[in-house]
Structures are given as C-alpha cells and as structure tokens.
Write a protein of this length. Structure first.
Length: 87
C-alpha cells in the first residue's frame, strides 16, 4: 500500500510541475495551475473524478473473498490482512 501511495504522490508532483510550466490539455488552456484550478473546474469534471475514484476503490477490494464477508468461491477464507492485499 505504501508503494501505491508513493507512486500516486510522485505522479501528483509531476502533474503540478508540468501544469505550472504551462503545459495544458487542449480545451483546458484557461484553467490556472495549482490550487487555483479547483475553483475553475466544471461540475461534471468533479462528478467524473469522484466516479473514477469510487470505481477504482471498489475494484481494489479483496479479490479472494467477496464483499460483506460472503465467499464467492470454494477456496476458503481470505489470507488478506486488509482490503487491497492481493497475497
């Protein structure tokens, strides 16, 4: 989990530096860099980000046992210590 969070943090820093340098996606040239961009994002962008985060977290569940303690296979109990532990 720490490795995943470290990679996400590094990606966030690179994204911040690239937008601060003036690189923008087509159609987003008028959005400022840094935290000032949060006020200028349309509502549908927020909805898309939240939906993406929700789907990513839902897909990162324990793949061995089903949610809410139900076992969806005949392999027995999950060896995972936490959700997202794919051992």
């Amino acid at each position: 989990v720490e490795l995943k969070h470290g990679r996400i943090a590094m990606l966030g820093v690179v994204g911040y530096l690239v937008t601060y340098a003036g690189v923008r996606f087509p159609g987003a040239e008028d959005i400022p860099s840094g935290f000032a961009a949060l006020d200028n994002l349309p509502g549908m962008v927020w909805a898309q980000m939240i939906a993406t985060w929700t789907m990513m977290e839902a897909a990162n569940q324990d793949q061995y046992a089903g949610p809410w303690g139900t076992n969806q296979n005949a392999l027995g109990d999950s060896p995972a210590e936490f959700k997202g532990d794919f051992r």
